[in-house]
Write a protein of this length. Sequence first.
Length: 493
Amino acid sequence: MTVPPRTSRPGSSQVAVEKGTDAYVRALGRAFVLAFCGALRNVRMYPAENPVVQRSLQELTALSAELLDGDGELELRIAGEFLFINKTRLRLDLDNYATVNFLIAQLRASGTGLLRTNAVPSPAEWTVLVTCINSPKGDDPVSRHHHLQLRLAAAGVNLFELEPPVKAEMGGSDARGPANDPAKGAYAKSVAAASDVMHAVAIGQSPNLKVVKRTVQLIVDRILSDEASMLGLTTIRDYQDHTFTHAVNVCIFSVALGRRLGLSRVQLYDLGLAALFHDCGKSRIPEGILDKVGPLTDEDWKAITAHPWTGVLTLFHLREHNEYPYRAMMVSYEHHLRRDEGGYPKRLRPRPVGFYSKIVAVIEAFDAATTRLGYNASPATPAAVVEDMRESAHKHLDPVVVLTFTDMLGVYPVGTVLMLDSFELAIAHSVNPDPDFAKRPMVLIISDDQGNLHHPGVLADLGEVDQDGHFKRSILETVDPAPYGIRVGDYFL
């Protein structure tokens, strides 16, 4: 899979921003980042002469020309967890989280902290640069940067001015950003790993299972040490790369749920790996179906409901040191089967569903119901889904797993937006540690009583009382974040 194409390009009549303004540069910069990532991925997957590669390189060249035409230069710089385009910071939000982190990781891996040019690079020059970034040489950022410059010079490409990462970017004591926040770092690495897995299986290659296993181990370690932060990051829904963030979110929830169900650390590793691979069969579904807006046709559903068994076939062909992910194969096949013998794929004979599959099935149902996608334009709130699961979902799912999962999330799952009786807006952050206050979660207060939003929010305990023994704040209702302009994931980044 490549980065999905944009419906329009900044600078066209469909983008109502004035040329030369920060808003224009930011919009054009986002398009440039998408094109850069698309070129990196396409060059890695196909020969340079492939039409897909050539189109992505031509688009990258055209966007470079637009940026140079507006500012007279093109500069891409990494600073902490952010990317700057021509001195303008690109906002890290739900729509571009995975894409920005992918590009930052690729540039850092090649020993690049800054890329600048004062002339429009040709597609051929972009090909050389992208190829070198995709295959860094050297043992540390300084040597990789040196090798990158030597390779560009040997190819006769001298248009790009490159600088190595600053000390903070190379892991100095002042470093900031996801790489130095354990939970955010684990999430970013997990999304990148899921992306690599799906890209590899889509073209019939075997992903590096050692890297995937280390990623899952990182998730397990973070869940065991700081579960609240990891669960908070599941509110991130990157709609450009939903398949990847969905796989990571299901993995995180599965490990957290498996922990409560008494699984050992080694078992949690196996469960996490199976959860990360559970939807790998979707790599064989056309993107036009996965991203389709509006109702799906019978043919569309036929393709989607085939992904469990195509996932098994995909996993069966993964080989690394004669190692086969058997549990992942079972979960891939079973995670849409129901305890009443419904679901899909159709069973030829009665058969029990595996324990890991029961766990992933519950989380898959929750995530699907709460995610806004083309064919699910009106997702339910997490609180409503949890309530429904408590009341009826056990008819189709394992009741013990459902009960444990809903208890883990609480009455107001992480990410639920709440209106308080103080008229402040809040986001559910975690379950209250006091079991007597199940309906009074820990929250982030994100607005004043006039509805003015502030970031990053203030952590508060809804179980807190005043001197007279009255609760300082109580919940009036859950609310839809969209009308208030709230992106829940931003408060956990």
